[in-house]
Design a protein around this ligand. Structure first.
Ligand SMILES: [Fe+2]
Length: 291
C-alpha cells in the first residue's frame, strides 16, 4: 500500500454506516455493479479490522483467481530475467500459490515466518504517517482487492498483485524487510511535513522503482516495477541515474504513467548503505542530508 491520494478509489461510509467505494469513470470497474459491491465488502472488512486480529478472508471470484493466474505467470517469466537477487530470494521464500489468489492472511503468515513482518488490510488510502508508522512495528498495510478482470494487465490503483507479489516478496527477504523498518523508524522520528515528504520520495525511487546493478546488469528491485509486466518491459529505456537524495526529491514522481527517470544502485549493498545513511541522518532541520 502506498500513499498517493490520486491513486486510490475513495472509500466512504454514510450516516447509516454503509460503506461504498467511489470509482472514477475511467476505472475498469466503473460499469460493473457486482465488482463495486464486492469491493465495498472488502473495504468494509478492512475498516472493521483491528491490528493483531486474524486478517479476514475474502471470497474471491473465479474471475479474480483467473486474473491472478494470468498475471502471475507473465510476471514469473519476467522476474527471472529482470528481478534482483534479493527480490527473487524473497519471492521463493514467500512461495505464493500460482493457481489461485491467496488470502492476505496466508501471505501474512508466510512473511511473518520469514522476517517477522505481517500484513494488515487497508480499505484504500492510508495516511502517510500511519502507513510508515506501522512499518516501524514491522506491519505493512495492504489493500486486499484485485484489479477488474476486464483489464488484467492494468490496475489504476495498488492491488493484491502489487502488494503481495511486489511488497510481499520484499518483506520475505531479511535485508529488504530491514530497510522497510528503517523507513518506518525515520518517519516516526520526524516532525516536519517536508522531511516526511522527502522520505516518501526516497521510498518511491528506491523501494517502489529502484534498480540495482548485479553482475554487470541492471536489475529491478522496486515493488512497483516488479508487479507490473509493462514496467518490466520498459524500465531499461528510462533515464537511469545514480542514487542521489536531492535528485530524487527534486524529480517528483508520476503516479499514473511510466517513470521517465529511475535511480540505480551500484549493488544491493550500496542501496542498503545509501538508504540506512539517509534514514538515520535525515532530520527536520536539515532537509537534505549529504547522501
Ligand atoms: Fe507499493
Amino acid at each position: 500500500m502506498f500513499k498517493e491520494a490520486t491513486l486510490y478509489s475513495p472509500v466512504i461510509k454514510d450516516d447509516q454506516g454503509i460503506v461504498s467505494v467511489i470509482f472514477a469513470k475511467d476505472h475498469p470497474g466503473y460499469h460493473d455493479p457486482q465488482y463495486q459491491k464486492h469491493r465495498a465488502g472488502i473495504a468494509e472488512a478492512a475498516l472493521r479490522y483491528v491490528p493483531g486480529q486474524p486478517v479476514p478472508d475474502i471470497a474471491y471470484t473465479e474471475e479474480e483467481h483467473a486474473t491472478w493466474r494470468l498475471v502471475g505467470a507473465e510476471l514469473a517469466e519476467k522476474h527471472q530475467l529482470h528481478g534482483c537477487r534479493e527480490f527473487l530470494e524473497g519471492k521463493e521464500r514467500l512461495a505464493l500459490p500460482a493457481d489461485r489468489l491467496p488470502q492476505l492472511g496466508e501471505a501474512s503468515a508466510a512473511i511473518r515466518e520469514a522476517t517477522g513482518f505481517c500484513f494488515s488490510p487497508a480499505a484504500g488510502l492510508v495516511e502517510v504517517r500511519d502507513f510508515y508508522g506501522s512499518l516501524a512495528d514491522r506491519r505493512f498495510q495492504a489493500t486486499q482487492y484485485i484489479r477488474h478482470f476486464s483489464m488484467p494487465r492494468f490496475s489504476p490503483e495498488p492491488d493484491m498483485i502489487h502488494e503481495v507479489v511486489g511488497h510481499g516478496s520484499h518483506l520475505s527477504n531479511q535485508r529488504l524487510a530491514d530497510l522497510y523498518e528503517l523507513f518506518g523508524k525515520a518517519v516516526r522520528r520526524l516532525r516536519s511535513k517536508e522531511a516526511v515528504g522527502m522520505v516518501s520520495s526516497v521510498f518511491w525511487f528506491a523501494l517502489e522503482y529502484g534498480l540495482v546493478r548485479e553482475d554487470g546488469k541492471i536489475k529491478a528491485c522496486g515493488a512497483s516495477l516488479l508487479s507490473s509486466c509493462a514496467e518490466l518491459e520498459r524500465f531499461h529505456q528510462a533515464d537511469i541515474r545514480p542514487l542521489d537524495v536531492a535528485s530524487m526529491v527534486s524529480q517528483g514522481y508520476l503516479v499514473e504513467q511510466y517513470q521517465p527517470v529511475l535511480f540505480c544502485a551500484d549493488s544491493f549493498a550500496h542501496l542498503e548503505e545509501f538508504l540506512s545513511t539517509f534514514l538515520v541522518t535525515v532530520n527536520d532541520s536539515n532537509p537534505l542530508p549529504a547522501v
